[in-house]
Ligand binder design. Structure first.
Ligand code: NZQ
Ligand code: ZN
Length: 380
């Protein structure tokens, strides 16, 4: 076990009906006016908007609304919302949606006190304050509801970057898994794949903290079993709940405790894919890249993947386990190759160049352009 510090200040209310607790929480925190940030309207169809505005109204919390955050959220939208938040002098940001809405909200919260928001993503300006962030999660995937990361794209530069700051932990997140029954199965799968990828990024970095590795194996198996169940019964509340909490635990600090920080090459590569084509969902991209990365890495170092093969797949060696992993992804109807993501062989050089912009790539092994090229071919 490596020495570690653990800090996670986000309060969580979890379960059916918990959205109604929002107004009281805001009221008790002395918040009188929020900007409600949302995506393209799913929260109106599944009654989440109604539940949120109902509790805000009950506690006389004023709100203004900022709609239109898209998947793979972009800097210009965040800047537009930031301008509105400043003009309206809000006390807090209320994100109602999935990771894209939450990340945009975090960027706005930090941007409120920054000279140049994108400079924070480039590491040129430090985040030293943020407006309080409250979230109502509608899609379990990123863990953004209980972590201090935000990811944004700058479309004119084909860049997608993340930023971390302790100021970006939400004050409160409400996770009501019942509101996820309205998700199309493909989005449930994208979320499951992202959550699994967060665990896997940590899982192979080090083999000493057995308790963390064992927790992670349980999370991986839970996520896969729940996703299997949701394929045939999207409103299986037990599966929704277990999947939701597993996805939160996958990137709230717990899955990395005592490990050496994780690898994150697959995330860097996927962010370049989504920057190349914003229609590629983060989770689906990871479902293509991760098995290819495992295949590539296990050729050099099969022992690293032995424990995962045995404890997650009940198999003696990594290669058949990776095959089973791909088959699982395929059974959920998600892409298993770059071709499935509509990437052409002629695009690979541009994608490689985008990936190489953000060095270093990977921690277990520092990936060179030659490694990435070989990996992209395996994924193709
Ligand atoms: O636009 P709306 O109406 O919100 O619809 C969304 C969107 O179309 C829809 N949706 C969400 N909840 C729903 C629903 N549809 C029906 N019923 C519901 N209950 O789902 C679509 C995708 O939403 P999005 O927020 O984009 O998905 P996700 O949560 O997977 O977020 C992905 C983004 O987060 C970043 C990714 O790179 C990507 O940009 N990440 C953030 C991380 C973090 N902050 O820690 C870490 C991750 O590794 C990741 O990079
Ligand atoms: Zn991710």
């Amino acid at each position: 076990m490596n020495p570690f510090s653990f800090y996670n200040p986000t309060k969580v209310h979890f379960g059916g009906g918990t959205i109604r607790m929002l107004g009281k929480e805001l009221n008790e925190a002395g918040i009188g006016k929020v900007i409600l940030v949302a995506g393209s309207g799913s929260i109106k169809k599944n009654n989440v908007y109604h539940q949120v505005t109902d509790t805000l109204g009950k506690y006389k919390i004023k709100w203004i609304e900022a709609w239109g955050v898209r998947p793979n959220p972009e800097l210009p939208k965040a800047l537009e919302i930031l301008e509105l938040a400043r003009k309206e002098k809000v006390d807090a940001i209320l994100a109602v949606g999935g990771g894209s809405v939450i990340d945009t909200s975090k960027a706005v919260a930090a941007g409120f006190y920054l000279n140049n928001l994108w400079d924070a993503f480039l590491g040129k300006e430090q985040i030293t304050n943020a407006l309080p962030i409250y979230t109502v999660l509608t899609l379990s995937a990123t863990g953004s509801e209980m972590n201090a990361n935000a990811v944004l794209s700058k479309p004119d530069a084909h860049m997608k970057l993340g930023v971390f700051s302790p100021y970006l932990y939400p004050k409160l997140s409400i996770i009501d898994p019942t509101v996820q029954c309205s998700l199309p199965f493909a989005q449930t799968v994208n979320g499951a794949l992202d959550a699994m990828a967060h665990i896997l990024e940590y899982q192979f970095a080090d083999d000493t903290p057995h308790v963390t590795l064992a927790i992670n194996e349980a999370l991986l198996k839970t996520i896969m079993a729940c996703t299997d169940n949701l394929k045939t019964n999207p409103c299986d509340i037990v599966s929704r709940g277990n999947l939701a909490w597993s996805a939160t635990l996958a990137l709230n600090g717990i899955s990395g405790i005592g490990l050496k920080g994780g690898d994150w090459a697959c995330h860097q590569i996927e962010h370049a894919l989504s920057a190349f084509n914003p229609n590629i969902a983060h989770g689906e991209g990871l479902g293509v890249i991760f098995p290819a990365w495992m295949e590539y890495m296990s050729e050099k170092d099969p022992c690293r993947f032995q424990r995962w093969a045995r404890n997650v797949w009940d198999l003696d060696s990594p290669i058949p386990a990776i095959k089973r992993f791909r088959e699982k992804i395929c059974s959920w109807g998600a892409a298993t190759s770059l071709r499935d993501l509509c990437i052409k062989e002629s695009n690979l050089q541009q994608i490689l160049d985008l990936i190489m912009k953000n060095q270093p790539i990977g921690a277990i092994s520092k990936f060179t352009a030659v490694d990435i090229q070989a990996l992209l071919m395996l994924a193709f």
